[in-house]
Design a protein around this ligand. Sequence first.
Ligand code: ZN
Length: 329
Amino acid sequence: MAGVSRFFGAVEAGGTKFVVAIGNDRGEILAQERFPTADPTSTLAAVHAFLRQRGQAFGALAAIGVASFGPVELDRTSARYGFIGQTPKAGWSGTDIAGSFAGEFACPVGFDTDVNAAALAEHRWGAARDVKNLVYLTIGTGIGGGVVVDGAPIHGLMHPEIGHIYPRRHPLDLGFDGVCPFHGDCLEGVASGPAILARTGASLQQLDATHPQWEIEADYLGQLCAQLVVTVSPQRIVMGGGVMSQARLLPLIRPRVRHWLGGYIDRSEILTGVDRYVIAPELGDHAGVLGALVLAMDAVAAAATSVSGRNVESSAGSVPRPHSSRSPC
Ligand code: ZN
């Protein structure tokens, strides 16, 4: 099969939009479309139709990868594997999103969180392709993080919810209650895009460079990175998302990472090389859909291993659900 391209369906399921694509195993996107996230039935029907119709142009899809907003159930032994959990996104709580693809298409379906998938994509093709262990953070409407260890995303009890740690409050920010509906002033509650808006009445990009919000934001995100260094020990931290699209923010964060580590981590990556340790993504807005592509590729590998009779626990997982009316991939 060397030299023969395989084609995969890739679905980035976001809270505001779905990105669906056909890609190959070189990470090339060959067709792509976006759908606004409406109700589950109509949204998933549109995505299924795209994969069915556009997939035919490429002969057959080897697998489909789904990178979903969370929380999601990743325990493959659970009856709710592939389901979206309790979410403020109207109508989506309890949606069997992975199963909807497995029920429609007769090929392996890989499934994980959107941030785990983005971490996998940056690991496979982007800013962390030279390391084994990384954290990918997205700082935007919410704050989330995917953790990849030895090339596989961490699941465990569920999946990391990095945005909900509690930071030490910045001295200039003590009067702000935070916006997280669960915790108030957790990190997402004080450093997400909505938190910035609630505190200042503006987005970060609308604020003058001398506005204290820049210092506050950099401090909180520096704390996040420092906490990750001492808990997860990543070889790289990749920071993306809408808030991070302000290029002047990252250089403000790095000194705060060193500050909060207090000289305790005696490694050149922190002491002198932090510019290469805490970095921007290379895949930009494509990390999510490319991550879904990695999930699809890994699902093929998992299925092949399963067929060969070996019992493995795959990072991607697949959703085998017999269905009499499934489309051939
Ligand atoms: Zn929270």
